[in-house]
Ligand binder design. Structure first.
Ligand SMILES: *Cc1c(COP(=O)(O)O)cnc(C)c1O
Length: 245
């Protein structure tokens, strides 16, 4: 990640983009009879530079979401988040848990028992309680991460026994879909799964967070109960993937 100064033009573009997203978030929340303040905007800033992230931190973004451990570490150490929380939203390998526990305010993407256990062990060793979301594969696509919904009860049961983990809710990435009704059906399914889970009243589980909705479907997600929307492209434009050497 090269640290270039962010041009005034790029900053203005970002400012306008975030203002529009905020407005649309508010409109969707009100349309659903919800308080706009219930929904947080997570800027999905994978591949964006430290300087771009730092510039965006001055905008009305609530928190940042990182997909890669290395980027989380680099940007955190460079102070790019300017004191705003950073969440981990990508697939997390168990051997990298050490670098994320305690650093990410919320690990949104717990997608296996192995990962849950690795986080519990690390958090216990550091005497802290790590907030997490369980990621469900809601469109049941083989290519996507997340557990099949049938495995959710078992993972919740395991989490109930983890005294250094608090499950705050669910995260999902429904498949990109031009069919609005189908998109909403899948988002509503996530909300239903969270409601069922909350009804179990397990230890260490507080189902108060639903992370769903991206650049293409965040308004639908808010209509269906999202409390965090994760938006990348609509804020930053296209992602900057480094050329492989
Ligand atoms: C990149 C990413 C996003 C944001 O996607 P956009 O379509 O660019 O808004 C959201 N969630 C996760 C997990 C991502 O990896």
């Amino acid at each position: 990640m090269e640290n270039e100064i962010v041009s005034a033009e790029a900053l203005k573009r970002m400012e306008e983009a975030v203002a529009e997203i905020r407005l649309r978030m508010k409109t969707a929340a009100l349309a659903a009879g919800r308080q706009p303040g219930e929904v947080r905007l997570c800027a999905a800033c994978k591949t964006q530079t430290v300087e771009t992230v730092r510039a965006s931190a001055a905008l009305p973004i609530d928190l940042f979401g990182e997909n890669h451990v290395q980027e989380l570490v680099e940007k955190a150490e460079a102070g790019a988040y300017c004191g705003k929380p950073a969440h981990f939203i990508g697939h997390l390998q168990t051997n990298k848990v050490k670098k994320v526990v305690g650093r990410a305010g919320l690990i949104q993407s717990v997608d296996s028992l192995r990962l849950l256990e690795a986080i519990e062990k690390e958090a216990a060793g550091r005497q802290l309680v790590q907030d997490v979301l369980l990621e469900v594969n809601i469109g049941a696509e083989a290519s996507k991460t997340g557990i099949p919904e049938q495995q959710l009860p078992a993972l919740l049961e395991a989490a109930a026994g983890c005294t250094h983990i608090r499950v705050r809710g669910l995260m999902a990435i429904p498949p990109v879909n031009d069919n609005d009704a189908e998109n909403r059906r899948l988002l509503a399914r996530v909300r239903e799964l969270a409601r069922h889970a909350a009804e179990q009243r397990c230890d260490n589980i507080a189902m108060d967070t639903l992370s769903m909705g991206m650049s293409g479907d965040y308004e639908n997600a808010i209509l269906e109960g999202a409390t965090i929307v994760r938006i990348g492209t609509a804020i930053y434009g296209a992602r900057h993937y480094a050329a492989k050497p």
